[in-house]
Write a protein that binds this ligand. Structure first.
Ligand code: G16
Ligand code: MG
Length: 219
């Protein structure tokens, strides 16, 4: 076990809620329908443009490409306004301690997010320097469940995928990690993240060593 790859939204910070608020505002104000929190679950880990396509299909609305681009930009403006209000207090429980212990144990750390806002968010909440590599939406061409984001992370760290562990809150993200040939830790509910190797509600009171005993008992 030599590297950890962390998703951003829903693992390090709860920005999934801000994505939902911004998409919901777009659906309400511009598209003429509402989206539920349950539907939002299917957008987790999905890129901005694909999320808009799924929302349009969900509401039975079709738009030309220029309007789609304008609406994706508008949603992002609203999203950025929301995330700019975040502070270090928004970092999810146990993350700071878990990252510090990971570094102390000599395990490499990468971010694997499809968000184009990932780097400014990490800077904003003051934990950018905890990462040895950042793979975000500006570096990839395929969103999750494609394994590209995690394979690039392993490559940038110089670690074999079989020695990597992915931390994910999204079904699409767990699938991306498995397709990359990595172990997966689901953050959320076991009934939702059924394919993850293990599932926890958060990383509070958990250590890399406990994880190694579960996922790599032979090491
Ligand atoms: C995240 C979210 C998705 C969002 C995507 C793109 O992925 O889970 O809901 O649509 O990023 O974000 P942006 O519009 O900021 O580029 P991840 O991989 O961090 O969970
Ligand atoms: Mg996520």
């Amino acid at each position: 076990m030599q590297a950890f790859l962390f998703d951003l939204d829903g693992v390090i910070v709860d920005t999934a809620h801000f994505h939902y608020q911004a998409w919901r505002r777009l659906a309400n104000e511009k598209l003429g329908f509402d989206i539920s929190e349950e539907f939002n679950e299917s957008l987790k880990g999905i890129s901005r443009t694909e999320s808009l396509d799924r929302i349009l299909a969900h509401g039975g609305v079709s738009l030309d490409d220029v309007t789609k681009e304008a609406y994706a930009t508008l949603k992002n403006q609203w999203y950025v306004e929301l995330v700019n209000q975040m502070t270090p207090a928004d970092i999810l429980p146990g993350i700071i301690e878990f990252l510090a212990q990971t570094r102390a144990d000599g395990i490499k750390i990468a971010l694997g997010s499809v968000s184009k806002n990932a780097k400014p968010i990490l800077e904003h909440i003051g934990i950018l320097s905890a990462f040895d590599a950042i793979i975000d939406g500006t570096k990839i061409s395929k969103g999750k469940p494609d394994p590209e984001v995690f394979l690039k992370g392993a490559e940038e760290l110089g670690i074999s995928p079989s020695e990597c562990v992915v931390f994910e809150d999204a079904v699409a993200g767990i699938e991306a990690g498995l397709r990359a040939g990595m172990k997966t830790v689901g953050i959320g509910q076991a009934e939702v993240l059924t394919k993850a190797d293990i599932v926890r509600s958060d990383l509070n009171n958990f250590t890399p060593n406990e994880l190694k005993n579960i996922l790599f008992p032979e090491q």
